[in-house]
Design a binder for this molecule. Structure first.
Ligand SMILES: [Ca+2]
Ligand SMILES: [Ca+2]
Ligand SMILES: [Ca+2]
Ligand SMILES: [Ca+2]
Length: 280
């Protein structure tokens, strides 16, 4: 009788000892070191409320690495513990961290195709990480802001009626101008550069129509202004202190009708005239 009770007690104690919750290894992410090697970061999740010790060996080992001990912990704090240690490996390697806790076995693997770590480096110190910094070595600049969109073929088009503010003949071909802009901003979203690109496409007017822009910032905030082609007769003015650039007085100075045409590029049956392109 005594022996039976003793055996039951041992069984109860054994059950209590091993009825713990999971300890899971976690592969956080891998980052490319750029020299043929990679770094894998590991952490773990100990669902038990208490600290666990799992020694290096059959229950806590690396497979596919030079050693089964790659610096992994043997003492596991309760909860999710992130980025505990790192393992450097070569391109093409695939290896596993295998961990057995009170409630079974878990394993994670890592290779160059594993989830990539977000980059946190900011080479130029402008507060924008290299991953998002379009000028990673220029602390004055961080972002391109293209309008209407990035890409050499993304243009907006302006179509003018030169009798404005009267209706005129309402044909909106008196001056046709494509445009695209890039505003370069810094890490604080302040504008550092403004690049404008234009192409004059058509002139359907007898008037001499010029083209200028009033900018929504003060003329005296401009440090450097340049224009191409350099022989464009650019005039810089200010209106209530705001910058105004007059690119030309008469579009006909840059695109002339060919043959018997009166206008430029308004009739597909007539001789095509190349666009006049300029930028600042
Ligand atoms: Ca930066
Ligand atoms: Ca930058
Ligand atoms: Ca008109
Ligand atoms: Ca017209």
């Amino acid at each position: 009788m005594k022996t039976k009770i003793f055996i039951v007690l041992i069984m109860l104690m054994t059950t209590a000892l091993f009825a713990g919750l999971k300890v899971q290894p976690v592969m956080e992410c891998v980052s490319n070191n750029g020299d043929g090697t990679w770094t894998a970061w590991f952490g773990y999740l100990n669902e038990n409320p208490n600290v666990l010790t799992i020694n290096i060996g059959v229950h806590n080992k690396f497979v596919g690495t030079p050693s089964e001990d790659m610096g992994q912990p043997t003492i596991f704090q309760p909860g999710r513990v992130e980025f505990v240690f790192e393992v450097t490996f070569n391109d093409g390697d695939n290896f596993v961290w295998s961990l057995s806790g009170p409630n079974g076995h878990g394993s994670v693997n890592a290779n160059s195709g594993s989830a990539a770590c977000p980059r946190t480096d900011d080479s130029d110190g402008d507060g924008v990480t290299d991953e998002y910094d379009e000028y990673p070595d220029d602390m004055q600049r961080a972002y391109n802001n293209w309008y209407p969109a990035e890409g050499d073929n993304s243009w907006g088009t302006l179509a003018y009626e030169d009798y404005w503010p009267f209706q005129g003949d309402y044909d909106f071909n008196d001056l046709i101008m494509d445009y695209r802009f890039n505003m370069v901003t810094n890490g604080s979203n302040l504008v550092i550069d403004v690049f404008g690109f234009f192409r004059l496409r058509a002139i359907g007017a007898s008037f001499s129509n010029g083209f200028g822009i009033e900018f929504p910032f003060m003329a005296d905030s401009v440090e450097v202004l340049s224009v191409e082609p350099v022989d464009l007769n650019l005039v810089q003015e200010s209106s209530d202190g705001q910058l105004v650039l007059l690119f030309f007085d008469s579009a006909m100075d840059y695109m002339s009708p060919q043959g018997i045409d009166e206008f430029v590029n308004t009739d597909p049956a007539e001789t095509w005239v190349d666009n006049f392109e300029f930028n600042f």
